[in-house]
Design a protein around this ligand. Structure first.
Ligand code: FPP
Length: 260
C-alpha cells in the first residue's frame, strides 16, 4: 500500500433523532476508527441460539457500520474479525467464522467496491484457509484503486505477533545493511507494522461490556480514545456509532501535552 494521504473531508451530517438534532461536524470526526466486534456469542446465548447465529448477526452490524463510516467520510475503519488466539475455539466455530468471512467477501465485495471502499486484510493472512485467502486476494485486487474508506479486516491478527513480525522485518534490513540499528526509530517501527503508513486509530470502540484491549493494535493505540458500551456487537447499529462519535468530538486530546 502506498503512502497514506489525508482525505479531504466534505461531509457534514445532520440527522433528526426524535426531538434532538444530532450534528456531527466532519472536521472533528476521527480519521481512523477501530472496533472490537465483541459479544456475538453472548447475544446468541441470551436468545437460546447457537453461537454461529451470533456471528451471522454480527456480520449484519459490520455491514451497517461500514456503510455509515463510508458515508461519514471516515478515512480508515479497522475491525477485529479473528485474533491469533481465536484458533483455540472449537474447530466448528473457527470454520463458521472462516465461512462467514468468505461469504461476506463474496456477497459484499461488489457493493463495497461501488462505495469506493478499499479492503485491506491485516494479520498473518498466509495461515488462513485457502478459500478465505482466495476471496481476500480477489477483494483486495478488485478494490485496490479505491480512494474512499480503507477497511482493514484484522484476521489471524495479534498485536504482539504484529510487533514480532515488524521486529523480524527490521532485523532483516539491519542484516542486509539497508539500515543501521541507530536508524531504528518509532517511525521505522510503525512503518513495518501491518498498518504501515496508515494513521493510528483516533477512536477504539468495544461493545459488550468488556474493558480489555485483547491484543488489538497495541502499538497503534498509544493515544487512542476508548469508547465502551454494554450493547452486544449484533445490536450495535448506526445510532451507537453516532453516540460514540458525539462523545469523541467532545473529548480533549492532549497527547501527553497540556491544555492549550
Ligand atoms: C468476538 O466475540 C468476536 C469474534 C471472535 C468474531 C467477530 C466476527 C464477526 C462479527 C463476523 C465475521 C467477520 C467478518 C469480517 C465477516 P464473541 O463472539 O467471542 O463473543 P462472546 O464474548 O460473547 O462469546
Amino acid at each position: 500500500m502506498g503512502p497514506f494521504r489525508w482525505p479531504t473531508v466534505t461531509n457534514f451530517i445532520t440527522r433528526k433523532k426524535k426531538e434532538n438534532f444530532l450534528t456531527l461536524e466532519s472536521n472533528k470526526l476521527p480519521r481512523h476508527i477501530a472496533i472490537i466486534m465483541d459479544g456475538n456469542g453472548r447475544w446468541a446465548q441470551k436468545r437460546g441460539l447457537p453461537r454461529a447465529a451470533g456471528h451471522r448477526a454480527g456480520v449484519e452490524s459490520l455491514r451497517e457500520i461500514v456503510e455509515a463510516c463510508a458515508e461519514l467520510g471516515i478515512a480508515v475503519l479497522t475491525v477485529y474479525a479473528f485474533s491469533t488466539e481465536n484458533w483455540k475455539r472449537p474447530q466448528e466455530e473457527v470454520d463458521v467464522l472462516m465461512n462467514l468471512l468468505t461469504e461476506y467477501l463474496q456477497k459484499e465485495s461488489t457493493e463495497l467496491h461501488r462505495k469506493n471502499v478499499r479492503i485491506n486484510p491485516i494479520g498473518r493472512i498466509a495461515s488462513l484457509p485457502e478459500t478465505a485467502r482466495h476471496e481476500l486476494a480477489r477483494a483486495v485486487n478488485l478494490t485496490k484503486d479505491n480512494k474512499g474508506l480503507i477497511l482493514n479486516i484484522a484476521l489471524n491478527y495479534g498485536g504482539r505477533a504484529e510487533l514480532v513480525d515488524a521486529t523480524r522485518a527490521i532485523a532483516q534490513k539491519v542484516i542486509s545493511g539497508e539500515i543501521s540499528p541507530q536508524e531504528i526509530t518509532e517511525e521505522v517501527i510503525a512503518a513495518n507494522l501491518y498498518t504501515g503508513s496508515l494513521p493510528d486509530p483516533d477512536l477504539l470502540i468495544r461493545p459488550s461490556g468488556e474493558f480489555r484491549i485483547s491484543n488489538y493494535l497495541l502499538w497503534q493505540s498509544a493515544y487512542t480514545e476508548f469508547w465502551f458500551t454494554d450493547v452486544f456487537w449484533p445490536e450495535f447499529k448506526r445510532e451507537h456509532l453516532y453516540q460514540a462519535l458525539q462523545d469523541y468530538i467532545c473529548r480533549e486530546r492532549r497527547f501527553g501535552g497540556i491544555k492549550k
